[in-house]
Design a protein around this ligand. Structure first.
Ligand SMILES: *Cc1c(COP(=O)(O)O)cnc(C)c1O
Length: 428
């Protein structure tokens, strides 16, 4: 495979952009090699600037549930754009999209739009703190909630539940209110509540997609809910990835546990930069200008982005069967890969939730971040590179989820499994 143009483009980009990318994972650091530069996307396919074609299982990290350059989404975007790109004043589109969302989620009476998942989570946490009058928050190792200061934490030394900054530039004073717990381990959450009586909220990805795909156990979620209720703490579901992906209602379509606040992003913008957070009226009314908790955005509720989201969400609501179709295809994909891997003596842990899928090169089931870290990342890197060579574009890290779009046909999945078979035979 020729990627000369990408190699040149990457060298050039690195002169002007740190690492040559605007989001670190794109640099392929964890798998090695050169990231391919993208010329265009079409349905399930990506095309790079050397004219190589790939079956794309990243789909812009989740947003493109109808695939690349989807005609109806493009139409909504271009029609709206012709009327102007931004007004910084209310439009009907915002209310329309807000209605669609509140209609879908029982727990959401009101919603506010922002421009990214990071912003959605950052704002939801400020709201939770403002509403409860408390400072501490609990997050889980391996869950990603964007790059705001208080969420860039890693485990401290020993048995301490309070986190340390995971990046230079984040003062320890900013993360000292963030307690860290273990995913799917309720005892670790109880410890957090023992070390602090001032916990404003517990935030988690109810279906984690940022340590690879690791769903939360139903029992764990139930116990979390009770712990939060006993302590007057808000429960936040970060569904930036799982929303409109795991099911039409995200993880909330698959569990009986109800959060107090939910954050959305990715699919909600249909490929445009959009985030949102929502919840019960009494909580949401604490937000400025209705209440005292400040939050704002010049481009928030941008009409073009709202139009893309609205078109996407409406179509999903009109075609709820999509999720079963996509889930079956996702199951076929990872099921076929697992079978092929096992024939070569490679252990693969697989899981699927709706249009999200995951696979770990791991001997044992993965329930939390520690388990995920035991995966064979070297083998993954080899697999990733060999699949790219064969025109299949998987996420460039063992610790990312994969995505099926409506254009990922059964034929494309068969083709992918065939190629994976060949690759397992070579890398084993
Ligand atoms: C992607 C993601 C975010 C961050 O969203 P950005 O739009 O990248 O800022 C937050 N939470 C979860 C669960 C995500 O998957």
């Amino acid at each position: 495979m020729k990627i000369q143009n990408s190699i040149k483009a990457f060298e050039e980009a690195q002169k002007y952009i740190p690492g040559g990318v605007d989001s670190p994972v794109r640099a392929f650091k964890s798998v090695g090699g050169t990231p391919v530069f993208i010329e265009k996307g079409e349905g399930a396919y990506l095309y790079d600037i050397d004219s190589n074609r790939y079956i794309d299982y990243v789909q812009s990290w989740g947003p493109l549930i109808f695939g690349h350059a989807d005609e109806k989404t493009l139409e909504a975007v271009t029609e709206t754009a012709k009327k102007g790109l931004s007004f910084g004043a209310p439009t009907l589109l915002e209310t329309e999209l807000a209605k669609e969302i509140t209609d879908l989620f029982d727990t959401v009476d009101k919603v506010r739009f922002v421009n990214s998942g990071t912003e959605a989570v950052m704002s939801a946490i400020r709201l939770a703190r403002g509403y409860t009058g408390r400072d501490d928050i609990v997050k889980f190792e391996g869950c990603y909630h964007g790059h705001s200061d208080s969420l860039l934490v890693q485990a401290g030394s020993g048995a301490a539940t309070f986190g340390n900054p995971s990046s230079p530039g984040v003062p320890a004073d900013f993360t000292k209110h963030t307690l860290l717990a273990r995913y799917n381990d309720i005892e670790s959450v109880k410890k957090c509540f023992e070390s602090s009586s001032e916990i404003a909220c517990v935030i988690l990805e109810p279906i984690a997609g940022n340590m690879g795909l690791v769903p939360a156990d139903e029992e764990f979620l139930k116990e979390l809910r009770s712990l939060c209720d006993e302590n007057g703490t808000l429960l936040i579901f970060d569904e930036v990835m799982s929303g409109f992906r795991a099911s039409l209602k995200g993880a909330q379509g698959l569990t009986d546990v109800k959060p107090d606040l939910v954050t959305l992003g990715k699919v909600i913008g249909g490929g445009m930069p959009v985030g949102a957070f929502g919840g019960r009226e009494e909580i949401m009314n604490s937000l400025s200008p209705e209440g005292p908790v400040y939050q704002a955005g010049t481009l928030s509720g941008n009409p073009v982005a709202m139009a893309a989201g609205l078109s996407t969400i409406k179509r999903l609501k009109e075609n709820p069967d999509i999720y079963e179709v996509l889930e079956n295809r996702a199951k076929k994909l990872v099921g076929g890969m697992k079978e092929a891997a096992e024939k070569c003596g490679i252990a693969l842990q697989i899981d699927v939730r709706g249009s999200m899928f995951g696979f770990f090169f791991n001997e044992n089931p993965v329930k939390n971040f520690d388990d995920a870290l035991k995966s064979d990342t070297e083998l993954f890197a080899k697999f990733h590179a060999a699949m790219i060579e064969r025109g299949v574009y998987f996420a460039c890290s063992q610790f990312e989820a994969g995505f099926i779009c409506t254009e990922t046909t059964d034929e494309l999945i068969d083709e992918t499994i065939e190629k994976a078979k060949e690759v397992f035979g070579i890398i084993k």
